[in-house]
Design a protein. Sequence first.
Length: 108
Amino acid sequence: MLPMNSKQMKKMMKQMGIDMEEIEATEVIIRTGTEDLIFKNPSVTKISAKGVETFQIVGSYEVIKKFEIKEEDLKLIMEQANVDRETALKALKEANGDLAEALLKLQS
């Protein structure tokens, strides 16, 4: 196969009914049930073919784990560390939901 420049490649794809468009994105977030994948300054391409749109994301990303703070955990931290709701919530978030770690942070 002969090498093609990008202009020739785009022309050939256009003839086949495939359209590509660069999207100037500053951030892309993919949310799953357990984590968020956050792409900062990604390269995003939208590819349209036969009525279907596909997005290609290229770049480095950060994984942020999700956790749920239960009301009973929050109350326990408030009682054990003798702190208000806001302080207990902040400690639990910083400890990624780990009760023991949150208590240790508040008691030291």
